[in-house]
Design a protein around this ligand. Structure first.
Ligand code: NAG
Ligand code: NAG
Ligand code: NAG
Ligand code: NAG
Ligand code: NAG
Ligand code: NAG
Ligand code: NAG
Ligand code: NAG
Ligand code: NAG
Length: 420
């Protein structure tokens, strides 16, 4: 038999590779979750369970030993997912979760139940003079309450989860006002900044209203502003900040088909925020950076070539340069599945050399300049994992919402089914 001409072999080769690379949505998200969850396993202290704020995307070890309590909250939630999906040994996961809660409860430095934003991952000591952070404590509590429900067969985990939550003195964090303060420093007291405008604050406020021990008044729900914002004809509640503010609370709280006291559907608001973000890149930023398009859009708080920044839009924030942050789309998958999955498939299929490594997607990269962030960031890895799993199975929503205090707070606020 005659040999096939080289050119034909070449074409056949390309077609085969393309076929081999095309994944279903399920396959893609499973691959992303499996890779990303390794971050929370490998880049945590095995004794304290505290998760690094950032680590090398390559998965290599590095001497940085600073954890963020928010990353630990995403991590605990990711471990529950890993247990459910048997990504790793189940007994080892359960032991890690229990050890983490024991460390938080018995050892980790706290003030009135709140934690410092950045800590030494082995000693739990505050580092960088970071603030005692109300929102980062709330994100940690997202994980604490999720594992409390998921592992409720394990009475130690169930008990510690509630003890950790019920120790938080939310009333203290009001500092005598009707909105929660952003944090507190031992040197200077409460910060000069308040959770008084719509953003990721809903997870914190609902935990605080639901607290059986140190609640804040339910009227605090009415006390933050809901700025009216319009972009490309899309009208939604938005304070100029990147898309993550429309994602974090929704990673744990299932706001679907409900409206609150103000008849606002917050899930739908995040759908609009995602749509506006896409249009900002595909219609506005694409005039300067032609690589932005339907399958390549999205920035959010992340590393940039000039340091960590809250870049993105609308409206324009930061020095946009054609880069992309995969978790901008990744954290919005349940809101706009087709549009966001188109981005993730494109990055996985066509930018793997630059964008895909040991923990899945890199934090940020720019195909025009060739810049790639060497690090991944715990909360950015985390939001993609939690939202991917919510889109696939509603897993995080289901378990977090089983917490009776969360549900009671939402009822008290006046959340009702939209059709009622
Ligand atoms: C946590 O505190 C307990 C009791 O104070 C102590 O025995 C234990 O060694 C501490 N654990 C860690 C990891 O520091
Ligand atoms: C964390 O604690 C360990 C053990 O005491 C110490 O060696 C290390 O330098 C500390 N790291 C930071 C960033 O403080
Ligand atoms: C809890 O126990 C039930 C009944 O034995 C079992 O089906 C389930 O998998 C257990 N859950 C966990 C998280 O271990
Ligand atoms: C946790 O267990 C302790 C000791 O059994 C008990 O006193 C406490 O009430 C439990 N806490 C919760 C929130 O159930
Ligand atoms: C509010 O915080 C400031 C600064 O920490 C403090 O001086 C003041 O006493 C606090 N007020 C209340 C009512 O707790
Ligand atoms: C609901 O909102 C109205 C104002 O729109 C307010 O008067 C009322 O107190 C709120 N209810 C609760 C439970 O906060
Ligand atoms: C927000 O602004 C839009 C456009 O100006 C307007 O149509 C809408 O009624 C406003 N919504 C609220 C709640 O004020
Ligand atoms: C886009 O290019 C225009 C014209 O050079 C410039 O004025 C504008 O600042 C650029 N915008 C961004 C986001 O780089
Ligand atoms: C999403 O994509 C699927 C498959 O391509 C298609 O069947 C569906 O209609 C799309 N949904 C929307 C809302 O565009």
């Amino acid at each position: 038999m005659r040999q096939l001409p080289l050119a034909i072999l070449f074409v056949v080769g390309i077609v085969c590779c393309k076929l081999a690379e095309s994944r279903t949505d399920e396959e893609l998200l499973d691959e992303v979750e499996r890779a990303s969850i390794k971050f929370f396993w490998e880049q945590a202290d095995p004794i304290t369970g505290q998760v690094k704020d950032r680590g090398l995307a390559s998965g290599e070890n590095d001497p940085r030993d600073i954890a963020s309590v928010a990353a630990t909250g995403f991590g605990l939630t990711a471990l529950a997912i890993a247990h459910e999906r048997e990504y790793m040994d189940r007994a080892a996961i359960e032991a890690r979760v229990q050890g983490t809660l024991e460390y938080i409860y018995y050892n980790l430095t706290h003030v009135n139940g709140f934690y410092y934003h950045f800590i030494n991952m082995t000693t739990g000591e505050r580092v960088w003079n970071s603030e005692l952070s109300s929102i980062d404590t709330a994100l940690m509590m997202g994980g604490v309450l999720t594992v409390g429900q998921y592992f409720k067969n394990n009475s130690v985990i169930g008990n510690l989860s509630q003890e950790i939550y019920q120790r938080v003195d939310y009333e203290w964090m009001l500092n005598g006002t009707d909105v929660l303060n952003m944090g507190w420093n031992p040197e200077t007291g409460f910060l000069n900044d308040w959770w008084n405008r719509y953003c990721e604050l809903m997870i914190l406020v609902i935990q605080a209203i639901g607290s059986p021990t140190h609640p804040i008044p339910v009227t605090s729900w009415n006390a933050f502003s809901r700025p009216n914002f319009t972009y490309a004809g899309i009208n939604y509640i938005h304070f100029p900040t990147p898309i993550f503010v429309h994602q974090y609370a929704h990673a744990w709280i299932d706001f679907r088909n409900q409206v609150d006291n103000f008849t606002i559907d917050y899930f739908e608001n995040s759908v609009k925020a995602t749509r506006a973000t896409k249009l900002f890149f595909t219609q506005e930023m694409s005039t300067n950076f032609t690589n932005y398009g339907d399958n390549f859009w999205g920035l959010t708080a992340s590393d940039t070539p000039y340091g960590y920044d809250a870049w993105g839009g609308p409206p324009l924030q930061g020095k946009i340069d054609g880069s992309i942050v995969p978790c901008a789309a990744g954290g919005s998958v349940p809101f706009l599945p087709n549009d966001t999955l188109a981005v993730l498939h494109n990055l996985r299929d066509n930018y793997a050399d630059q964008a895909w490594t040991h923990y899945g997607f890199v934090d940020a990269f720019n195909p025009v300049t060739g810049w790639t962030d060497p690090d991944v960031i715990g909360i950015d890895v985390g939001i993609t994992v939690l939202m991917a799993e919510n889109y696939r199975t509603e897993f995080v929503w289901k378990h977090y919402m089983q917490d009776p205090h969360v549900r009671r707070a939402m009822d008290a606020i006046g959340f009702v089914n939209k059709d009622q």
